[in-house]
Ligand binder design. Structure first.
Ligand code: XBP
Ligand code: MG
Length: 250
């Protein structure tokens, strides 16, 4: 058993802070319509496509899969960037329209961490703009400042399941992995966090509930479900769980 206490929580964004993937999927489909592309990603399509993390990477994988060539000899990267930029605008509009709320217990945990002096960071595949937009729409414009480190999107070369984004967050926090807890919703996110040596709590999301979470410290339907009683609080429950991580292998 490791004696060190929990110093920081590193949050994933999509699927963990909020159930965002349906908004992402609709935003992709709107961008396709605007570009006169007859692609429509169904939920089943999207579940499969989520195995490629990152919106631009997901688009490129799909285009390669269907053997599509961009019009007028446009380079694939430029075509994908253009389409993804439009998708991001649609996603931002859905955030501004108040379409998304935080998952149960997320706001409470953030509040408890602030009061207890437990530091917070973000490690996500999506862009900084999307993180800022989600936090502003749900917790207010100042919420981005609650986080000591934001590792997002293209700031690393290799996206999840590579550990790079978590290593970047650890570096920015100036902390060792052994005093941090990651909160993730997917097997790919779990692999990334574990690859960086961070104990990981899983709150499965709509698109990841069938994933394999072997190696997780704990799997719970939601952060709110962690607190055994209203008096205990979510952070206390997480700290208790974190204290048992010595039994985890790897
Ligand atoms: C999940 C993802 C993201 C989103 C789309 O990220 O794979 O790519 O689906 O975001 P997370 P972008 O690490 O937060 O779970 O289109 O902005 O890339
Ligand atoms: Mg996620």
């Amino acid at each position: 058993m490791t004696a060190s206490t929990l110093e920081a929580i590193i949050f994933d964004v999509d699927g963990t802070l909020a159930e965002t993937e349906e908004a992402h999927r609709h935003a992709f489909n709107r961008a396709f319509s605007e570009h006169s592309l007859n692609w429509r990603w169904s939920k089943a399509d999207y579940k499969r496509l989520l195995k490629t993390t990152g919106g631009k990477e997901r688009l490129s994988a799909f285009i390669t899969e269907i053997g599509f060539s961009p019009p007028d000899g446009q380079p694939l990267n430029a075509f994908v960037s253009d389409l993804h930029r439009r998708k991001t605008q649609h996603y931002a509009a859905s955030l501004e329209g108040g379409a998304l709320g935080l998952r149960p217990g997320v706001a409470e945990l953030i509040d408890e961490c602030r009061k207890a002096g437990v530091r917070m960071a973000i490690a996500t595949t999506t862009s900084l703009a999307n993180v800022t937009g989600l936090l502003a729409a749900t917790l207010g414009g100042e919420a981005i400042g609650f986080f000591d480190a934001i590792a997002a999107g293209d700031c690393v070369r290799a996206k999840k399941p590579a550990p790079d984004i978590y290593l970047q967050a650890l570096d920015a926090l100036g902390l060792a992995p052994g005093v941090c807890l990651a909160i993730e919703d997917s097997s790919l996110g779990l692999k990334a966090a574990r690859g960086a040596g961070i104990a990981t709590l899983i709150t499965p999301s709509a698109y990841t509930c069938d994933d394999d979470f072997t190696g997780a410290l704990h799997v719970t339907p939601s952060l709110a479900a962690m607190a055994k009683s209203p008096e205990m609080g979510i952070l206390a429950a997480l700290s208790q769980c974190f204290g048992k991580r010595g039994s985890l292998s790897g």
